[in-house]
Write a protein that binds this ligand. Structure first.
Ligand SMILES: [Mg+2]
Length: 429
């Protein structure tokens, strides 16, 4: 049960948030001395037709950023270093960075592969001491890990405020936000830049007349609860005001899924469908690894040159790959059914499959389902658990659908690790 605090005192600086700058590109610079201080981009697959998933600060200074197509980056900077992502290496470096940080402060929570929040104890919560601690961590990271791994550090009374403080100055920033300086200190911050305000919530806020940080700040918490449609809105507002509300950023996985930029041989609908099915099977395997069930699926297809086609469907929560594949088939037919009037030369550039509404337990037994079907469902889940075990044991896809034979699954699994830290076991499946 969540109890709202009843007053808003000036809060001590309890959290230090560390966000590594241009993380993937910085790891590439760290590993290859020739790249240090140079423009570098990281791409998801080895192709001239893809876009950057990370850009070093030297590349950003030239106007190249995440999403810039490789050709455009080369046109802007002919000598730019283009590196294909090495996600296992990024996870390895993440572990090294976290263990160095832990020598200085306890880590309260890891938010993603390049972000964590540390807790300051009561002796460290004054401005001067907290800033000195942050400088100590930056110096230790440079000396003991490497000078390429620069970070922006934010200090504030809640992890949410500390993250916003870290966002204010990049690269290599250090910013403290004291609650007595709010809302002025964040007055210019667009609402969409705040974690917890996605497109849907931003629209609802807009309809409620909340268009900037100052009006968000003035929003009564009960009103936030009404806008969000749950206690999450109230928690969010208290965290924004500097209260140390446990779990103010979601800890539970909210979705599992994969996207893939398609190489030319997979860009026609038949081949792209096979890739989508392989992506779903990877996601379903992770679902079972975490003992979760999913109740909703989204499919997004980028059809060049027409744009995005998205479909979603809800179903009885399951972790059975066969049941999920049946849902995907229906989604695929719905999505591609809308292509028919489009040019035959259209190509599918990217497919993305995500599972949502994740829960630890499966559905209540469906009393109307014939017993034979119920037993069949249980047998299918048991079969997939065995397949997961075999694939993990032999560290590759030894058992898969016949249509996936020969498909390069190398980077299907853990392609872009921005929003989470992959488990070691995910690399094995
Ligand atoms: Mg970062």
């Amino acid at each position: 049960m969540f109890h709202a605090p009843d007053s808003l005192p000036d809060h001590p600086l309890r959290f230090l948030f560390i966000d590594f700058n241009s993380y993937f590109a910085a790891v590439e610079q760290h590993d290859d001395a020739a790249l240090a201080g140079k423009p570098v981009i990281v791409i998801p697959i080895e192709s001239e037709h893809t876009g950057a998933i990370a850009a070093s600060y030297e590349a950003k200074a030239l106007g190249i950023s995440r999403g810039t197509p490789v050709r455009e980056a080369r046109a802007i900077c002919p000598g730019i270093a283009v590196r294909t992502a090495r996600h296992d290496r990024y996870v390895e470096m993440h572990k090294l960075l976290m263990s160095e940080i832990e020598r200085h402060l306890p880590i309260a929570r890891i938010y993603s592969i390049d972000e964590c929040a540390c807790r300051l104890d009561s002796r460290e919560q004054g401005l001067a001491v907290a800033l000195a601690k942050a400088r100590e961590i930056k110096a230790a990271l440079a000396a003991n890990v490497g000078p390429c791994l620069r970070s922006s550090i934010g200090i504030a009374s809640s992890p949410l405020l500390a993250k916003l403080a870290a966002e204010l100055h990049k690269p290599d920033g250090l910013t403290a936000i004291e609650t007595r300086h709010l809302p002025d200190a964040l007055a210019g911050l667009p609402l969409r830049a705040i974690p917890g305000i996605g497109e849907g919530i931003a629209k609802r806020l807009d309809r409620a007349g909340v268009e900037d940080f100052a009006s968000l700040w003035a929003l009564p918490p009960k009103q936030a609860r009404a806008i969000w449609g749950s206690v999450v809105g109230e928690r969010f507002l208290y965290a924004l005001k500097g209260h140390d509300i446990p779990d103010e950023m979601p800890r539970q996985k909210s979705m599992i899924g994969h996207s893939r930029v398609l190489s030319p041989q997979h860009q026609h609908p038949g081949a792209a469908r096979i890739v989508a099915r392989a992506l779903l099977l990877k996601a379903a395997s992770r679902l079972r690894l975490y003992s979760l069930h999913a109740g909703r699926m989204t499919l997004a297809i980028r059809l060049r040159p027409h744009g995005w086609f998205e479909q979603d469907c809800a179903f009885t929560a399951t972790q059975n790959s066969w049941a999920l594949l049946r849902q995907l088939n229906a989604l695929w037919d719905r999505a591609t059914g809308t292509f028919d009037h489009l040019s035959l030369r259209s190509r599918i550039g990217l497919v993305s499959v995500h599972l949502h509404e994740l829960g630890g337990t499966g559905p209540e037994p469906d009393l109307f389902m014939p017993p034979a079907e119920r037993i069949g469902e249980q047998q299918e889940i048991a079969l997939w658990a065995k397949i997961d075990g075999l694939n993990r044991r032999y560290k590759r896809q030894v058992v898969t659908l016949a249509s996936h034979r020969g498909l390069d699954l190398n980077y299907l699994g853990v392609k872009i690790a921005f929003s989470r830290v992959p488990e070691a076991a995910e690399f094995d499946c």
